[in-house]
Design a protein around this ligand. Sequence first.
Ligand code: SF4
Length: 273
Amino acid sequence: MTAPAFSTSRAPVLEVFSSVQGEGAFVGEAQVFVRLAGCPLRCRWCDTPESWPVRGGPARIFGAEGEREEEPWASPFQVLTWILAAEPREPRTISLTGGEPLAWPGFVAGLARVKGPRRLHLETAGGHPESLAAVLDGVDHVSLDLKLPEDMRAPVPLAVQGPEGEQPWGEASPASSEDWELARRRCLTLVADHDACAKLIVAGDQPARAFLPLLEDVARLAPRLPVYLQPVTPTAGVPAPSAQLLTEVHEDARDLGLRARVVPQIHRALGIP
Ligand code: SF4
């Protein structure tokens, strides 16, 4: 198979740091986080809007020697050296997050090649199935967001250029309910037999029935996928769900035969990065 022609293997890095995974299947595990800049999506409850633009720097590296700043546009090998500086002692699982890391699939594929014994986990919004397909073989675990179209504002083109002409790969982002449905179904099909989980953010102002189409897609296309129901951390006026709403969504998932668990963001609750 011919390798996809990625536009660049470098990506804009916002920060590299060690912490405890606060969400999903590996909650509580010590990991090293690589956060890339750039996201064309606009979730109304986004808790990292500082990752939306590609501003050109700097990248902040939090290592044993303290914090330092670097040029943001980095190759996978450069980022590996930052990971080594950030992870105390033995190699940790890398959580590649954003922003939307799939804006930079060449970088993801490159990091998979140089990472050594560490596992590579990818956090993605699930809006870019072509990019996901291009990197999936190199990724050890995918945490796939399932998003309600009602939770999204119109996407914004990532029109950026790095110092050597680097650009995002440019897969179109979903812009309508129909687009989101197609992207979701293609992503679920891709990860159905992969090490992966689905994450569903539950906001308090949506009825339980709004989540049913997403859960039904998982049950039909990736029935073995664990599903994590994550109560939204109140952000930008989006309210937390009631216990009753969470219970209803959980019961709907169980009725569909899914392995669903309710897991809040523990790093937000505990105030850790
Ligand atoms: S995909 Fe992630 S970074 Fe982008 S807007 Fe949504 S929550 Fe924020």
